[in-house]
Structures are given as C-alpha cells and as structure tokens.
Design a protein around this ligand. Structure first.
Ligand code: XMP
Length: 523
C-alpha cells in the first residue's frame, strides 16, 4: 500500500492572474467545467514562479483599479514575452492594452450590467460560438476604455459604448474583452473561455476520475508509512477528505469525531454508521456533549459561545489524538477558496463579523504536518469527487452546517432541553423540505429556537410556549444569500406539523431577511 507513488500526471493548465475582481473565481470555475486545470495567483507573481508552473495560457482578470492611475497594478511584463496565448478581461484587457503600447482613458460613460455588442469580425476564441454579423449579450462592468489599440490588434466585436468590446492579435494569440465572459449573464462566455483554453493547447482532460487517481498517488507519496488523523465534522469536506484518504492509505488513517451534542437529529449516528460500518474507517467517536453543554451553561454572548466551542473542540481533539499515541499527519478538508492568495482591493483590514470555528483551527504546538487533499477543489467539485468515491448522496449533497452546530441557532443560553427541542423542530422542517423535493434547490435550511415565549390556544386550553423561526436561503458561496421563496401552502403545512408534533413550541415564523444585511445564521 505504501509503495512510493509515480509522479502525478501534469495536466495542461491555465494561469489566472488576479487583479482583484469579485468574479475572478468564476474564471477558474468555467475553465474547470471545461476540463481544464487552472490556478488563480495574485498579479504580483514572479516570472520565475510563473515559468515553473508552465501554464499553456494566461488570463488577466478584472479588477477595481484604473489603468490611468499611476500606481495601479500591472501584469509582469514578462508574460507578454513567453510566447503564450493571453486573454485580458476587463481591467486585464486595459492593462494588456496599456502595457503593449495602446492608450487607455478614463472619463468615458461607465457601463455596468447587461449590454449588447455587434460581432464585426471573427477570431480563434469566437469560432463556433459567435458568428460575424451577430448581436450578442454580454455583461459589462467598466469605467475606463481603450482609445487606441496597441500595434497588432484589431476589433472583433463592438458597441457604441464599448468600441473595443473584443480585440484580438491573431499572430501572438493575445485577446482582450471589455466584458466578463465568466459570468452567466454573458450567455456564451463559458464557450469563449473554453475556446481560449483549447487554442492554448489544453486537452480538457482534467476530470474528477483523473483527480482521484492523482490525489491518491500524492497522498501516498506524502504520507509514506506515517499515521494520519482526520477530524470529521459530519460535513461534506471532511467526509470526502476522509474517504479519499482511506482509499489511499487504509488503516494508517484514524478519524476523530468530536460530538459536541449540538448536531442535528440523527447526524451523529449517521456519521458513525457511514464511516465505521460502511467505509470501514477507524473512527473515534467521542461523546463530549456533557463537557460542551456544561461549559456553555450561562453563556449568552454569541462570540463567547463560538470561542468556548472552538477552545473545547481543540482540547478534546488533542486528548483523543494523545490517546491514539499521536500521529505524523493531520488531514484537513481545506478547499481552494480558502487557499487562494487574495488580492486585497482596498488594502484595509476587513471586519470580523463572526469568528468561524472549524476543524482547521488547531494550534501550532500539535506539530503535525498537514495533509490537505482537497486544497485544489471548489465546493461543488468536492461533491463530484464524493460521488466518484461512491459516497452516499445524504452526505455528498448535504447543506453546509456550521462548526458550532445548533449552539448558534439557539439565541441566548444553550441547554440540552433546548437543543432537543430544536432538533425536533428542525427534523420536521427538513423532512418536509425533502418530501417536497426542495432540498437540492436550497443552499441551506434550518430552524432557530427563539428565546421568546408567546401565548397560543390549543383545544380549549391556553398555551405559553416557545417560538421558532425557519430559515431557507439560496446562495452560491454563502457570502451573499437570498431568501428561498416557498409557497404559503408549504410553510403553513410545516408550521402546523411543528406546533402539533413538538410539545413546547406553539408559534412558527419564517425569516425573510437576505444576506446582506442579515447573515445566514442567527449568531
Ligand atoms: P453567516 O451566518 O456568516 O454564514 O452568513 C455563512 C456560512 O458559513 C456557515 N458558518 C460556519 N461554518 N463554522 C463553519 O464551518 C462556523 O463557525 C460557521 N459560522 C457560520 C453558515 O452556516 C453559512 O453556510
């Protein structure tokens, strides 16, 4: 099992140099959907590092700066001399034009949102996608514009507001778009990006099947005969990481599941059944609910709750790993969005809205090397990998669940009784969502137990019991979220089941706050 791995196949790759656009990650998503491996690096990457990465093509992303400002970012000049195809998007187009001898000016009409452009020519990236003479919808977001093309370039598509909407230098394979091909509001944008990748020579053979085989080889090469421990949270990322690791190194892996007693109904049992019984993974299930609930007694401040849970989690995890006699490696389900080196547009520190507690936050003194087999993947790719590994849909397709669990869905003091009550409400709510076939259309749905009691009437009697709130949102990354628009019949059905079946709850409300200004969780 521990034979050294053959070096992983090097797939064709595209490098995305990031100038800080909000949508840079979508460039990577679109390329990967086309089977092309790519990475996002800050525009400050050195020439040596870029050459070592050996990309087949380079994309310069959009960004918030203005090329006309003296201090604004530039692509490393060397990228234009590597003989590689280059695509500049929005700010990337402007810096490309500026750096190659064109002129960019500010002060023109700003254009944001949906726009239509006329396709006046053809080039390699429009082939089979846009026909000459056509009119195409694109997503614009720009203030500055090119006023004089650099030598060698010509216009392929234009509009009155964007005379250089798409430009091409066929000889060098340099392209620039004033619009964002990576967003869905540019309907054929993904095909334009795929064309760029193909013309750069990318085969489109980066599939999850290939990733799985390579990841296993890499894990074996890194771990050798060492012992690995992995913290399981019941969530998608750590679960997929565990199954992948197990496939690579079998019994050298032990998973530790710290059960804080704040999981949803039936989830702890499911974690144990899935990993221990179905996948045969060595699993330590530590029921630490007494400890967590004891220390949370009297705590009402949301941040103190989070910090208490984070601290206890580490204590218990350390205890359990010491019992195992330590390990050489700690495995984590870190994802690509967590490791992308960010280009801070403003340079200012951002405000901490909530301190996130994750399995990742283990202290340095644990001195184990990290194994992070998912660090190249986006969340939806992790789900695809999970399916590829034969994992059950209930785990792979599961909604995100916060590390501190139900504690942050019980405003005020958390007690075992309240957690039990919330679990009942939450179970009914999720059951109804599944029965209605809505689970996969929703990013996250859960119930919140409110610290309020209200008067009700049941039969002939007066009740004075707890109120709960239901929440359901759609989102792509949890950064922003919209309220899920249930129909009233669904909501009233759920409310009636909850009030009838859960003793202690007599009122149900639906949270209709989007994010921002609300957050998804209540604390
Ligand atoms: P908010 O409430 O900040 O949540 O809008 C955004 C997303 O993050 C999840 N969340 C957490 N996930 N540890 C986690 O692993 C945490 O401490 C935590 N707090 C919030 C939340 O469920 C939503 O998906």
């Amino acid at each position: 099992m521990n034979t050294p791995a053959a070096p992983a196949v090097q797939h064709d790759r595209i490098l995305v140099l990031d100038f800080g656009s909000q949508v840079t990650q979508l460039i990577a998503r679109r390329l990967r959907e086309a089977g092309v491996y790519c990475e996002i690096w800050p525009y400050t990457a050195s020439e040596a590092r870029i050459r070592a990465f050996a990309p087949k093509g380079i994309i310069l992303s959009g960004g918030p700066a203005s090329v006309t400002e003296g201090e604004s970012p530039r692509a490393p000049q060397a990228v234009f001399e590597m003989g590689l195809p280059i695509l500049g998007i929005c700010y990337g187009q402007q810096t490309l034009a500026h750096q190659l001898g064109g002129t960019v000016e500010s002060g023109h009409a700003r254009e944001f949102g949906r726009a239509f452009i006329d396709v006046t020519g053809e080039c390699a990236i429009t082939q089979g996608v846009w026909a000459k003479g056509g009119r195409e919808q694109v997503w614009m977001s720009h203030g500055d514009r090119i006023t004089q093309l650099p030598p060698g370039f010509r216009v392929v598509a234009a509009s009155e507001g964007a005379p250089f909407a798409l430009i091409a230098d066929d000889a060098r394979h340099f392209y620039g778009t004033m619009f964002h091909p990576e967003v869905v509001h540019t309907p054929h944008g993904a095909a334009l990006l795929a064309n760029f990748a193909r013309l750069a020579g990318c085969q489109g053979d980066w599939t999850m099947k290939a990733f799985r085989a390579e990841a296993i080889a890499r894990i074996r090469a890194q771990v050798g005969g060492g012992k690995v421990i992995c913290g399981l949270s019941g969530g998608v990322d750590s679960s997929v990481a565990a199954v992948l690791l197990h496939e690579a190194i079998g019994d050298q892996l032990t998973c530790i599941y710290v059960d804080h007693g704040l999981m949803r109904h039936g989830e702890s049992e499911q974690v144990v059944a899935t990993f221990r019984d179905r996948f045969n993974i060595k699993l330590v299930h530590r029921d630490a609910s007494e400890l967590f609930l004891g220390q949370l007694s009297g705590v009402t401040d949301p941040e103190v709750k989070r910090k208490t849970i984070g601290r206890l989690f580490i204590e218990v995890f350390e205890e359990e790993q010491a019992k195992l006699g330590g390990a050489d490696f700690l495995a984590q389900g870190t994802l690509y969005p967590d490791v992308i080196e960010s280009v801070s547009a403003t340079g200012g520190p951002s405000v901490t809205i909530k301190s996130h507690h994750n399995v990742g936050g283990l202290p340095a003194h644990m001195r184990m090397q990290l194994v992070e087999p998912l660090r190249e993947l986006f969340k939806d790719e992790v789900r695809v990998l999970g399916r590829e590994l034969g994992m059950p849909e209930e785990i792979v397709g599961r909604h995100p669940f916060p590390g501190p669990g139900l504690a942050i869905r019980i405003p005020g003091e958390v007690t075992r009784e309240k957690a039990d009550l919330l679990r009942q409400v939450d179970r009914i709510y999720l059951e109804e969502i599944r029965n209605a076939g809505l689970y996969d259309a929703i990013w996250q749905a859960f119930a919140v137990l409110l610290p309020v009691r209200s008067v009700g009437v049941m039969g002939d009697g007066r009740t004075y019991e707890s109120a709960c709130a239901l929440r359901a949102v759609t989102s792509t990354d949890g950064m922003t979220a919209d309220v899920y628009p249930y129909d009233m019949a669904f909501l009233t059905r759920v409310a009636s089941r909850i009030v009838n079946e859960v003793r202690g709850v007599n009122r149900v409300t639906y949270d209709i706050t989007s994010k921002p200004p609300g957050t998804i969780e209540w604390e």
